[in-house]
Design a protein. Structure first.
Length: 161
């Protein structure tokens, strides 16, 4: 009877202890980079959140970006891992020359936010010069991280006009 109780336990209760396969990000590969256009924007819900763009299209492959209001630059990457299609939260870190908002006086040389994308999917990260004060010539480095580990990095040089 004791053996049967053990078998019944395994048959009826063991599935309750089985968990879904945890998402495992193994890396990323940059598939293109440079200047982009896009179709639609979903505004950020809070200050410093990522603004979501849809329908991004590569206009020009380049790591040298003209300092001009309205330009969008960045990179698209393929995320590798398992299971395919599983959504994961990644982090974006951007290192820039010092930018100073003239309305608030706030200075920053960093952008950081989180975003969700699917394993085995292609995602875009980038920046649009919405205001002239955001344009600061020099090196801009964009990095995507998974659980604090860098998986994709690209540096752009912003050139004076």
């Amino acid at each position: 009877m004791g053996r049967l109780a053990g078998v019944l336990f395994l048959f009826f209760l063991a599935p309750a202890f089985v968990t879904a396969e945890a998402a495992n990000v193994t890396g990323a590969k940059i598939v293109d980079f440079g200047l982009y256009s896009y179709d639609a924007v979903s505004p950020a819900s809070r200050a410093h959140d990522a603004t979501k763009v849809k329908g991004e299209r590569l206009i020009k492959t380049t790591s040298k970006i003209e300092a001009k209001t309205g330009l969008t630059f960045g990179f698209r990457f393929m995320l590798y891992g398992s299971p395919s299609g599983e959504e994961v939260t990644l982090q974006f870190k951007g290192a820039t020359p010092v930018l100073k908002n003239p309305d608030t006086g706030r200075e920053t040389d960093r952008e950081e936010w989180e975003f969700v994308t699917a394993i085995e999917g292609i995602a875009f990260v980038g920046y649009t010069f919405d205001h002239s004060w955001e344009i600061s010539p020099g090196r801009w480095t964009f990095q995507v991280l998974s659980e604090g580990r860098p998986i994709a990095t690209k540096t752009f040089t912003i050139m004076k006009r």
